[in-house]
Design a binder for this molecule. Structure first.
Ligand SMILES: Cc1cc2nc3c(=O)[nH]c(=O)nc-3n(C[C@H](O)[C@H](O)[C@H](O)COP(=O)(O)OP(=O)(O)OC[C@H]3O[C@@H](n4cnc5c(N)ncnc54)[C@H](O)[C@@H]3O)c2cc1C
Length: 423
């Protein structure tokens, strides 16, 4: 162990856990690994909205223990807050987060994988604490469950995203500018909430207006897919407002957009700017916003021993777990190559990101999107019905049962069945 290269992985959610497991798969026991996270569980974020509309606390149903999961692959875990990175001395400053009052320590690395996700900047939306709701974590999920049960009066609802600030430095020419970070969730929440309103006699899709700072909501899914989705949504009675330029403020009575428009709203469910962690922004490996610059091998061109994957990586746009998952495979292969466990031919296989998203629609139905058009490919698949819903539940069950290790056929099977079987 002492002489093995040490891979330090910052962040232990989808990208951090996935990278650790892929590195172990590809590099075997030729590296020692440590994962650092401030919490000792994986938060299965994509199913939080579904849990909300079923009235279940996602802290009970969506948290997977991380420490024993990693131990299965002889990967160490330390529960600590990452404070800073010294690229020249290859050290990371951390402060243990189990008990307050701990001093800071330095950890060393031979390879560093930055998988710290992003900061969801709700605190930069004026009026959010007083008047806003969201679905991005268990705290806010339970707050919304309680509001829907006890306070909602049947008035107008808005669901949508604030403006996303994407960096430019080091960005490849093919990667477009996204004005919203991740818009599958607002579409999912709108559809599932409409079903909930009908089911509870509190209204219908007509109560809800979806909004986006972009020209087209969820534009990374492709014009054809979004056109079909908007067609369905329009027929159901949803309102739709685009090109808002972002959220100016939330008030007791509604929402004000940066372009000056306003909408009345009793309930405001919003998604913020995905902002990089402040301590990353000053580093030479980051773009001007703070996302980590990498090439397609997910390593930084100036510090090739530093990798990034998941939401923290500048290449991950939109900020989707599915894209992070694809990137973890690349990181696994690259580190295996560096320690002589994989040939360059195998490790450097070219790849193209793909948007894969399964969103709950309520009533046991879901939509499934598989698209590469955002990245210059020609796939734009949309399916709606009971099968994608069953897949959404099955994927989570499989993820937990396999301790986060999705078998290689997991995603392709989901793709195959959703695209070819109609129920
Ligand atoms: C409501 C919702 C629904 C979604 N649905 C889908 C979906 O259907 N499909 C899909 O592909 N994607 C979906 N996404 C996006 C997906 O959740 C993210 O892309 C994914 O979680 C990113 O994984 P990550 O590991 O890169 O970052 P994160 O999941 O954000 O994890 C980052 C980890 O780093 C840790 N961390 C951060 N800073 C520090 C620090 N300073 N010190 C120590 N630890 C730290 C955190 O505790 C966390 O564990 C959804 C997102 C939301 C909000």
């Amino acid at each position: 162990m002492a002489n093995k290269p040490h891979v330090l992985i910052l962040g232990g959610n989808f990208a951090g856990l996935g990278a650790a497991q892929k590195i172990r798969d590809c590099a075997g026991d030729s590296v020692a690994m440590t994962v650092i996270d401030r919490k000792a569980y994986l938060d299965y974020i994509p199913n939080i909205p579904l849990e909300i509309f079923e009235g279940r606390d996602p802290a009970v149903t969506m948290n997977m223990p991380l420490v024993e999961t990693l131990a299965r692959d002889a990967i160490g875990f330390q529960q600590a807050e990452v404070l800073g990175i010294d690229l020249e001395s290859r050290r990371v400053e951390v402060r243990p987060s189990e008990r307050p009052g701990a001093p800071a320590y330095d950890l060393t690395y031979d390879f560093l994988v930055i998988a710290l996700g992003a900061r969801l900047a709700f605190d930069e939306i004026e009026g959010f604490a007083e008047y806003g709701h969201t679905v991005t974590d268990a705290f806010h999920a339970n707050r919304l469950i309680s509001y829907l049960r006890n306070a909602y009066q049947g008035g107008p609802i808005v669901v949508g995203s604030d403006r996303f600030e994407q960096g430019k430095r080091g960005r490849p020419a093919w990667l477009k500018t996204a004005l919203a970070a991740c818009e599958g969730p607002p579409v999912e929440v709108s559809l599932a909430l409409a079903h909930w309103l009908t089911q509870h006699g509190k209204g219908s899709a007509k109560n809800i207006t979806m909004f986006t700072p972009a020209g087209l909501i969820a534009e990374d899914a492709g014009e054809k897919v979004v056109g079909q989705l908007l067609d369905v949504a329009g027929k159901m009675g949803f309102g739709y407002v685009n090109k808002t330029e972002g959220i100016q403020r939330l008030t007791a009575d509604g929402i004000e957009f940066r372009d000056g428009r306003q909408l009345p709203a009793e309930l405001k469910i919003v998604f913020p700017n995905w902002k990089p962690h402040a301590f990353l922004k000053c580093l030479p490996i980051a773009d001007e916003v703070g996302f980590i610059v990498t090439d397609m091998q997910m390593s930084n061109p100036d510090y090739p021993e530093v990798f990034a994957c998941g939401d923290a990586a500048a290449l991950t746009v939109p900020k989707l777990g599915a894209i992070g998952h694809q990137e973890t495979e690349v990181v696994g292969r690259q580190i295996a190559k560096r320690v002589g466990k994989m040939t360059p031919e195998e490790a450097d296989k070219p790849w193209m990101p793909a948007v894969v998203c399964i969103g709950d629609m309520g009533g046991g139905k879901a939509f499934y999107i598989h698209a590469t058009s955002w990245f210059g490919g020609d796939i734009q698949e949309l399916r709606m019905g009971h099968l994608p819903y069953a897949q959404k539940l099955a994927y989570k069950e499989m993820f937990f049962a396999n301790h986060g290790r999705m078998p290689n056929w997991g995603l392709p099977l989901a793709e195959w069945s959703a695209e070819t079987v109609k129920i």
